[in-house]
Design a protein around this ligand. Structure first.
Ligand SMILES: [Fe+2]
Ligand SMILES: [Fe+2]
Length: 607
């Protein structure tokens, strides 16, 4: 920061600040932009008031840039409410300018402000728009930065396939970007690929050549923390200690952010050192609370603290703690919302699914259950929450682009099959809902398990099999009588006609009809579509598999009806998948995923 000693701080700025009454403020705005770039701290407050007062006046590049410099300053100071106020004003102005570089810049800052303030879901479409504009402006640095920002939001939303794609493309665009490798390392830590994570982190760290500026010092501290986390994950406390020492050393002149990150690294190591662990853990818990207003730090500190509690064999406390910090986060978001509610952001009465989707522990989901039950009165609204969770579970499962349409296709097929089987209207509706929600319990499965490439061990298989019971439990917890039948169908969607299924080994007609229907439709749809490590089977071969399984796996009568139904559907529709997934047209999550796939895979369009 430079301080203009020769300038009386209040009076000196009068000629510099734009004036809402003046006919033309352009020259002043340009001057102001320069001075803000020089980080004159006393200038920020009066400049902010003057620039925000200009809203509604014709936009200019300098006007947008002033707002962005103010937003950036607030970001540095961990003041995300005011940062959002400036960045959303900048975006509104930039959208009216025909300049994709300025738009890309405004959207970039806005996306970061949203993310750091905890508006994860809202940050994703903004980063996507920023990427479109950065590509139009053909600026490789902006493209790579924006891909990284988008990837980070996706990573935190547990959309690993898409996040991975972003980091890959960022690395292609600018191979020497250390930040890309830092993000990649974070992702690999998150999904439990420690060896590759270490490679990425070491590679990224070696790319940093600036040893002077504070900004890069802070980045290096983030690298040391990541390396310490990775080392701890494989039990190498010795190496982890070395990284935390380096982080602390680096942090001596970096200000608040750097020292908080370094402190986390050293607490992480201490928490795993038997002689000091209990005091380190309580300091860690304090640290999480301190970081609640900074999304990145909050996330990292939370992960570190929960890992430490688990390693110390204190799972009950981990849960209680998770619940407490979840409440804190909600309170923090409410505070930001009350400071400023930029356009497009409304506090939702329903729980924020993104905050919950990537949580690896049940504490989050207990909170969700309670909240969903409390805040959603109508069955439709409850179902909406659950369907969104089910889609997110599906998006999390795939390592490439999953579409989120599987649940819709299974629902449609189940509805049609129930109709074919002469079920009552109520049974038909229940079969459809059971189809939508059959795998919602996968939200509880740990990421590492869903993403594992190798064969699962027996205990891992058992854990994954819990998803049908977990899903049923989630639905039952809503205490909505009309959904109890659906919960039962979800619980038994992996039972087999011959009694060899799970969880209860029910046989024949003791399995509810909705569960028997979903079992067939789910198998068929899974067989005919890409899975991470399996090609889709042809329509005919999947149908013959259903026929072969009738009497053992599936209800023979339903299996016969299904085969006839599918042959007819295939004759009568040009695009069966599209027909079956029609329900997905109304899902914002699916639509966003489609847009994302298009954005990150433009070549798909030309195929
Ligand atoms: Fe399932
Ligand atoms: Fe499924």
């Amino acid at each position: 920061m430079t301080h203009p000693v020769d300038l009386p701080q209040s009076a000196g700025y009068v000629d510099l600040l734009p004036d809402v009454g003046a006919p033309d403020n352009e020259t002043r705005l340009k001057l102001l932009e320069q001075r803000l770039r020089a980080e004159e701290s006393a200038l920020f407050a009066p400049a902010e008031a003057a620039v925000l007062a200009l809203q509604g006046k014709p936009a200019s590049r300098a006007h947008v840039m002033c707002l962005l410099l103010l937003a950036r300053q607030h970001q540095f100071n961990i003041e995300f409410g005011p940062a959002l106020k400036c960045s959303s004003a900048a975006v509104a102005l930039a959208r009216s300018l025909d300049d994709s570089a300025v738009r890309a810049n405004a959207l970039k800052f806005h996306g970061i402000s949203l993310f750091e303030a905890g508006y994860l879901a809202e940050s994703i479409p903004i980063h996507m728009e920023a990427l479109e504009n950065a590509r139009k402006a053909q600026n490789p640095v902006d493209i790579s930065e924006t891909l990284n920002n988008l990837g980070v939001s996706l990573l935190h939303a547990a959309r690993y396939g898409a996040a991975q794609e972003c980091f890959q493309q960022a690395a292609d665009v600018s191979p020497a970007s250390a930040l890309t490798w830092l993000n990649k390392g974070d992702l690999l830590l998150e999904v439990g690929e420690i060896a590759r994570g270490l490679q990425a982190a070491e590679r990224g760290l070696a790319l940093i050549t600036d040893f002077e500026s504070v900004q890069w010092k802070v980045v290096r501290i983030f690298f040391e923390l990541l390396l310490a986390q990775l080392r701890v994950a494989i039990g190498d406390i010795h190496q982890a200690t070395e990284h935390s020492r380096l982080a602390l050393e680096e942090a001596t002149h970096t200000g608040e952010l750097g020292s908080r990150v370094a402190r986390l690294a050293s607490l992480l190591v201490d928490a795993h050192d038997a002689s000091v662990s209990s005091s380190a853990i309580s300091s860690l818990l304090d640290e999480v609370r301190r970081n609640e207003s900074h999304f990145t730090l909050y996330r990292i500190s939370l992960n570190v603290a929960v890992a430490a509690l688990q390693a110390a064999d204190r799972p009950e406390e981990a849960l209680r703690f998770l619940r407490e910090v979840t409440e804190l986060r909600m309170a923090q978001r409410a505070r930001v919302a009350s400071q400023v509610l930029p356009s497009g952001i409304a506090e939702r009465s329903l729980p924020d699914l993104d905050d919950l989707a990537d949580a690896r522990t049940r504490g989050y989901f207990d909170t969700l259950r309670v909240q969903a039950a409390r805040s959603a009165i109508a069955t439709d609204q409850q179902v909406e929450v659950l369907v969104e969770l089910a889609i997110r579970a599906e998006l999390r499962e795939e390592d490439t682009f999953s579409t989120g349409e599987h649940v819709y296709r299974v629902a449609r097929l189940s509805e049609l099959l129930a109709r074919e089987a002469n079920c009552s209207n109520e049974e038909i509706a229940n079969a459809r809902l059971a189809g939508l929600l059959h795998d919602v319990g996968k939200v509880f499965a740990p990421d590492q398990l869903l993403l594992k490439r190798d064969t699962l061990t027996d205990s891992e298989k058992a854990l994954l099999r819990k998803h049908s019971e977990d899903g049923a439990g989630l639905i039952e917890n809503l205490k909505n009588k009309t959904l109890l039948v659906v919960a039962d169908a979800v619980r038994h969607s992996h039972e087999r006609w011959d009694g060899d299924g799970y969880p209860e080994g029910l046989q024949g007609e003791s399995i509810s009809i909705a569960a028997r229907i979903v079992a067939i439709c789910d198998s068929f749809d899974a067989m005919t579509h890409w899975r991470p490590f399996r090609k889709p089977r042809t329509f005919a071969s999947a149908l013959s598999e259903i026929e072969v399984g009738s009497d053992s796996r599936y209800d023979p009568r339903l299996a016969r009806l299904f085969v006839t139904l599918l042959r007819r559907l295939q004759r009568e529709t040009d695009d069966l998948d599209r027909y079956l997934a029609e329900g997905a047209e109304n899902s914002p999550v699916v639509q966003e995923q489609r847009r994302l796939a298009k954005l990150l895979r433009p070549q798909r369009e030309t195929l």
